[in-house]
Structure formats: structure tokens, C-alpha cells
Ligand binder design. Structure first.
Ligand SMILES: Nc1nc2c(c(=O)[nH]1)N[C@H]1C(S)=C(S)[C@@H](COP(=O)(O)O)O[C@H]1N2
Ligand SMILES: [Mo]
Length: 190
């Protein structure tokens, strides 16, 4: 059986390559898929205006825009990354979580959003408004990873807005601004 070891080695290599490509949890959303759309009063655009077909989920949320900048997971993980320890108020938390992602201000800068108020929307329709004072009062992170695991759909992904708390939990009032499942940001006053 001189070839058997080689065949099994090839099979193991094929398995390893598949594992590396798909990850331990199976196929993930492609890194080139758009996770975040920033629309409104921005100077940079990298896509066309709202299209009710292509932008089906935004249409469901009754969003519409002339100007928008979109970011993929690849775009987001290649911005400078921050790692924070965050703890929320609810008793559902298992303790502090390590969240990783770019700073919100760096993400907004990619769209040329300037120093303007924003409203940050989630998949479930939740939205939180931020004036420039609130934006500047914290080092807001748009996390894509929690405790080393990419945030996904059905969890708190694709993106979760939060800031460093250390071991002292944020209050429920503060945490109302920690929008999870973020997918859309509107820039400027409505
Ligand atoms: N997408 C989304 N993010 C959200 C909310 C929500 O309903 N939807 N609730 C906010 C509020 S009011 C709080 S207190 C925290 C904690 O929510 P949780 O209790 O669902 O974890 O998430 C904030 N972010
Ligand atoms: Mo809340």
C-alpha cells in the first residue's frame, strides 16, 4: 500500500484547505459582501443612489438616499482596529466581552461624513441618534468581533456599537446607544 499514506495526506490537506476557506462554522458571509451603508450628508460615495431592487432590505426599512458609501467586512477589518472590554447592564451578560473593530469616527471619515450628527440603524429597525457632542464624548467602536468570534446575523452582528467600560458595567440608559446588528448609518440632520 505505498500510495495510501500519500492519498490520506492529500485528503487531509484538502480538508485543511476547505477548513481554512470556510472556517469552523461553515461558509461565512463573503468578506466582499457589504456590511454597512452610510448615507446622507457625505462627501465620498462609492456606489449609486438607492435602488429599490438591489437595496431590497433598505427598501423594507423605507430607507432611500441619493448619496451613499458602503463598506465590506474587508474594508472594516483593514481600518485601524481597537480592542475594548465592554460590559452591559443586563443580567444576560456572561461578564465583560472583548470587542474588536474600527473606531466609528474612522468609519465615518471614509464616507467623508465630517463632524455631523448621525442616526445608527439596526436590522431589527432600532435606531439611535447621536449628536456631535455624544459622538465626541466616547471612543465609539464599531465591533465586528466578540471574544475572537466574528459577529454574525442572529447574534449581535454584523456590527455592534460600544465603548470601553472595563469591569464596571454601563447603565441601561448608556447602553441604549449600544446599537447591535448595525447595518445602516444616516449622516446629518433629518
Ligand atoms: N438592534 C438593537 N440594538 C439595541 C436595542 C435594540 O432593541 N435593538 N436595545 C438597546 C437598549 S435599550 C439596550 S438597554 C441594550 C441592551 O439590549 P439587550 O437587553 O437586548 O441586550 O441594547 C441597545 N441596542
Ligand atoms: Mo434599554
Amino acid at each position: 500500500m505505498p500510495f495510501a499514506p500519500r492519498r490520506s495526506m492529500l485528503a487531509a490537506m484538502a480538508l485543511a484547505v476547505t477548513f481554512l476557506a470556510l472556517g469552523p462554522l461553515g461558509p461565512a458571509l463573503a468578506a466582499e459582501a457589504v456590511l454597512l451603508t452610510i448615507a446622507g450628508d457625505i462627501t465620498n460615495t462609492n456606489r449609486g443612489k438607492f435602488d429599490p431592487f438591489q437595496d431590497g432590505f433598505l427598501a423594507y426599512h423605507e430607507k432611500s438616499f441619493e448619496r451613499a458609501f458602503q463598506l465590506t467586512r474587508n474594508d472594516l477589518i483593514h481600518l485601524p482596529q481597537s480592542e475594548i472590554t465592554a460590559l452591559g447592564s443586563a443580567d444576560t451578560w456572561h461578564g465583560p466581552a472583548t470587542l474588536k473593530g474600527p473606531r466609528l469616527k474612522d468609519v465615518l471619515a471614509r464616507a467623508g461624513a465630517g463632524a455631523k450628527p448621525v442616526t445608527i440603524f439596526a436590522l431589527d429597525g432600532y435606531g439611535a441618534a447621536f449628536d456631535t457632542k455624544l459622538l465626541d464624548s466616547r471612543e465609539w467602536i464599531l465591533a465586528h468581533t466578540m471574544n475572537g468570534q466574528p459577529l454574525g446575523i442572529g447574534g449581535r452582528g454584523p456590527l455592534w456599537l460600544a465603548y470601553e467600560t472595563g469591569a464596571k458595567p454601563a447603565s441601561a440608559e448608556e447602553e441604549a446607544k449600544w446599537v447591535w446588528s448595525v447595518f445602516y448609518i444616516e449622516v446629518g440632520n433629518k
